[in-house]
Design a protein around this ligand. Structure first.
Ligand SMILES: [Zn+2]
Length: 105
């Protein structure tokens, strides 16, 4: 395994900072006060980027969705850097009774 030197990480939406020694492609997360408590990725300190939460636009119905601290259904969190984007999707899960999916009957 490659040795990595500690890197200073920060959040563009709050004052959270930490130093971590990450493996290749490892991502650090925190519960962001700036984005209503959502779990969002940290970026290298000083990086020119933005991390944004996008609300789900369509009807939630009976789906179990990720909500932020204010109860808004969140569809994804997007990190936009000068050289590209990373998107973390909070996939909804359907719910139902055993009867409705044919397990009881
Ligand atoms: Zn934050």
């Amino acid at each position: 395994m490659l040795e990595r030197r500690p890197e200073r990480l920060a959040c563009p939406n709050c004052d959270h900072e930490e130093v971590a020694q990450l493996a290749v492609n490892e991502q650090r997360w925190h519960n962001c006060r700036g984005l209503a408590g959502l779990s969002t990725p940290l970026v290298p300190a000083g990086m020119n980027c933005k991390v944004e939460a996008h609300e789900r636009d369509d009807y939630v119905g009976g789906d179990r969705v990720q909500t932020d601290g204010e109860g808004r259904p969140i569809m994804n969190v997007t990190t936009t850097r000068d050289d590209g984007q990373d998107v973390v999707v909070y996939a909804p899960t359907a719910s139902g009774t055993g009867e409705s999916i044919g397990l009881v009957g």
